[in-house]
Structure formats: C-alpha cells, structure tokens
Design a protein around this ligand. Structure first.
Ligand SMILES: [Zn+2]
Length: 313
C-alpha cells in the first residue's frame, strides 16, 4: 500500500525520526480517510527498521513484518504481523475504554529488541478514564516506545494529552492525489473523475460509493427531481414517493451520504448559476432540516418526502 500525498507532513515526520529520540509521542490530525493511519504505520516502520532508514528500508525483517501488518489491515490478509506494533480503535465503533488502554500500556512495557509502537486510531473517542490512564504513560513513556494518536480533531482530546505530544497536521488530499489513489484501486477513468469531483479532499465518500453503488445513484436521482422543478416547474410526486421508499430501506450512514452527494451537486450547480438564488438558499435550508430529522429518528421516507414537498409546494 503506497503513501500518496502529504509530502511536507512526511518531511516533518522524517525530521523527527532522524533525531533518533528514545521515545516519541505524536498526534496525527486531519480529515478522515486521507491516510493518517497508513502514515502512522510507515512512521512505525521507520522507527523499528533495523537499518534506521527514513520510513524504513522495506527489506529488513522488521520492515517486512510491518508490511504484513499493513496488508492485514488494508487488504484483510492474515500474514504474520509485526509483534511490536499494536493498533487500537474504538470498541464497536463507539469509545476507547480504559481496559484497552491498560492492555496497550502493558504491551508497551514488554521487552523488545527494536522498540514498541502503539497507534490509537480515532483517539478522540477515548473516554475520560482511558485518557487519564494514557496521560500517565505519556508523562513517563517506557524506553524505546512510540505512541501515535490519530484523530480528526485534537480539540476533542484532553489538553494535558495534547501538550505532551508532537503535533503533525495532515491537509486534505488534492483532487489529483485522490485520482491517483482511486486509480490504484483499479477503477476506470470515468468513475475516477466522477468520484474525485465529489471527494472534498477525503476518500470517505468515494470509498463508500464504490462499496455502495446505489448511494451515488440515489443522490443524483434526488437532485434530478429537484432540477426538474426549478428548470421546468415540473412536480413529480410519484418519482419522489418511489425514491423515498427505496431510500427508506438503507441505513442512516447511506442516507446521510446520499444527502451529502445532493448537497455537493446543489453547491456545484449553484456556483454555475444553474439554480435560481432564492431556490438555492431554500434547498440548503431544507437539506439541513431533513438531516436533523433523520438523525433524530424521523422515518427516512417521511423526511425525504417532506424535504421535496417543502421545496416544490
Ligand atoms: Zn528496515
């Protein structure tokens, strides 16, 4: 798995690695789905490399084991992973609990030849107890250890943790970088262009769409129904009722992604002046209402229909 983009960020990390500190504590902060965790794994590779070359020589035993760890994580393979790297993330996607942190701290204290690395993904989800337990370790880290807190928002970490870490900021990916990454996934040119258009600097939405074709289609359909109204004055009640019935069967995440696609299309066409200004503002206001309603548990079908009829009535 190749690292794409983030050149300056990588240079900064390399300059830290070159100093060969005994222990490191980092915060990697930036948007979701842009490569922070992958960069953390490469940073671990550099730290543990037997030859101490940049992000790792890629050939020594340690580097090869890190490569296995990366393949296990990103391709779901089951190779011998590196015994000195531990990656933790929120249990059930909810929070990181103290037991997870305690176990991780014990892992850091175990003897090893080249050092130990702990990567905490979505670290802003550590609960208060977990944060305090980690803080103690950050204050007095065991020898030869690296701790990397990966987060989309460091303000959600407790300030005492933040002050103990070196901060590394990750910028959103450029359109070109997104296209390169999607190209590596073997997608065709046309799809790559379409996905990079709506990417907004991150791979979250493109990946969700690749995994779930219908999301993009429904987002476009919903926009199409609106455009028929403001371009031709046509109201398509049956169209919206059947679309909202289809959407009703999807999970909340998919619905929110459909709405995000709709917002992006509205925004783009608003910029191109294809949507009258007074309609544009109203659509965005109604989009917001629909999102809030769905998040609060209003039936998806009703929220989508309500959205449409509030605009066209
Ligand atoms: Zn190496």
């Amino acid at each position: 798995m190749k690292l794409i983009g983030h050149e300056k960020t990588r240079d900064l990390i390399l300059s830290f690695l070159e100093r060969e500190y005994d222990s490191y504590s980092f915060i990697f902060e930036g948007k979701d789905c842009i490569g922070k965790k992958l960069t953390a794994l490469y940073t671990a590779r550099g730290f543990l490399c037997e030859k101490k070359v940049g992000f790792g020589c890629g050939e020594c035993t340690s580097c090869r084991l890190v490569n296995n760890t990366i393949r296990n994580i990103y391709y779901g393979e089951d190779l011998n992973s590196h015994p000195d790297i531990k990656v933790i993330s929120p249990e059930n996607g909810k929070e990181i609990k103290i037991d997870q942190i305690r176990e991780a701290i014990n892992f850091l204290k175990l003897k090893s030849k080249g050092g130990k690395v702990l990567i905490i993904d979505n670290s802003e989800r550590m609960n208060a107890e977990a944060s305090n337990a980690l803080l103690k370790t950050l204050e007095e880290p065991p020898e030869k250890t690296m701790i990397i807190l990966v987060t989309s928002n460091q303000n959600k970490l407790i300030p005492t943790i933040v002050s103990r870490c070196k901060k590394v900021r990750f910028s959103p990916l450029s359109k070109e970088e997104i296209e390169v990454i999607l190209g590596l996934k073997g997608l065709d040119e046309k799809k790559i262009k379409m996905l990079s258009e709506i990417s907004d600097g991150s791979l979250c939405l493109p990946i969700h769409i690749v995994e779930n074709e219908t999301v993009y289609k429904y987002g476009k359909d919903l926009y199409h129904l609106l455009s028929l109204y403001f371009e031709k004055g046509e109201i398509h009640s049956e169209g919206i009722i059947s679309l909202s019935e289809l959407m009703d069967k999807l999970d909340i995440e998919s619905i929110l992604n459909i709405i995000e696609i709709l917002e992006i299309l509205v925004y783009k066409n608003g910029l191109n002046k294809k949507i009258p200004v007074e309609v544009y503002d109203n659509i965005l206001k109604e989009v917001d209402k629909m999102k809030r309603a769905i998040s609060k548990g209003v039936k998806k079908k009703l929220a989508v229909e309500g959205f449409y009829f509030n605009i066209v009535r």
